[in-house]
Design a protein around this ligand. Structure first.
Ligand code: ADP
Ligand code: MG
Length: 221
């Protein structure tokens, strides 16, 4: 479902920084993969490109047979909304919206009516064991609960792929273990491809495949 060939990315700041230096990788549908590497090695940059949140300079990125290059923002947004769910270290929940409203938000952008969106949001919260917390604001939830809300939000559009950037980075090790088990269950039950960036060995070992990035190149797979 993902094919990347000789992908390069440079940040053109005061001093240009060549971050991704000829990345090649293939990911099949339904794979559960960890991306590991030292801080600054280009993991988030790669994930942002995979999520069509950022562009690249040369090479090819194919997603489900579509070449992702020089897309208009509108076209990129359509592909993103249709295919990809995101989970972040810092949860990225909207502080003044409750758990149900946060989960329902991607459906608002898809034009789904309020009643249907809220019903589906409750269904996904229920799957995450958080039905009883639907009306809690993010600051009334624990770290693990916030991340489960974020996972429900990522799943509600039924994406083909979940991209998670250090999803357990802000969690204690017990909660982190629960989170990985949850992602694994979702992967097994729905066949959703999961790519997660982590620097925790225990998290990486719970996946099926570890891709190492060293200084902008794949240093092991
Ligand atoms: P990682 O996620 O592996 O820690 P990143 O992909 O975030 O690494 O960053 C790789 C390198 O690119 C780092 O040196 C970082 O400072 C730099 N970088 C990241 N984003 C930008 C940006 N928007 N502009 C300029 N440099 C950036
Ligand atoms: Mg990062």
């Amino acid at each position: 479902m993902i094919k990347i060939r000789d992908l390069n990315k440079t940040y053109f700041g005061a001093t240009p920084l060549h971050v991704l230096k000829g990345i090649c990788m293939d990911v099949d549908e339904g794979e559960f993969i960890a991306i590991m590497g030292a801080s600054g090695s280009g993991k988030s940059t790669l994930l942002n490109i995979l999520g069509i949140l950022d562009s690249y300079d040369s090479g090819e990125y194919w997603l489900g047979g579509v070449l992702i290059r020089n897309l208009s923002e509108t076209k990129a947004a359509v592909l993103r909304n249709r295919k990809i769910g995101f989970v972040f270290q810092s949860f990225n929940l909207i502080a003044f919206k409750n758990a149900m409203e946060n989960v329902a938000l991607p459906l608002y952008y898809k034009g789904v009516g309020r009643k249907k969106r809220n019903m589906l949001a409750m269904e996904y919260l229920d799957k995450m064991g958080l039905k009883s917390h639907a009306d809690h604001l993010p600051n009334e939830l624990s770290g693990g609960q916030k991340q489960r809300v974020a996972i429900a939000r990522a799943l509600i559009t039924q994406p083909q792929m979940i991209l998670a950037d250090e999803p357990t980075g802000a969690l204690d090790s017990v909660t982190s273990g629960e989170m990985i088990r949850l992602l694994r269950e979702i992967n097994a039950a729905n066949g959703i491809t999961m790519l997660l960036v982590t620097h925790e060995q225990a998290v990486a070992e719970a996946t099926d495949r570890i891709i190492h990035i060293r200084d902008g190149v794949i240093g092991g797979d």
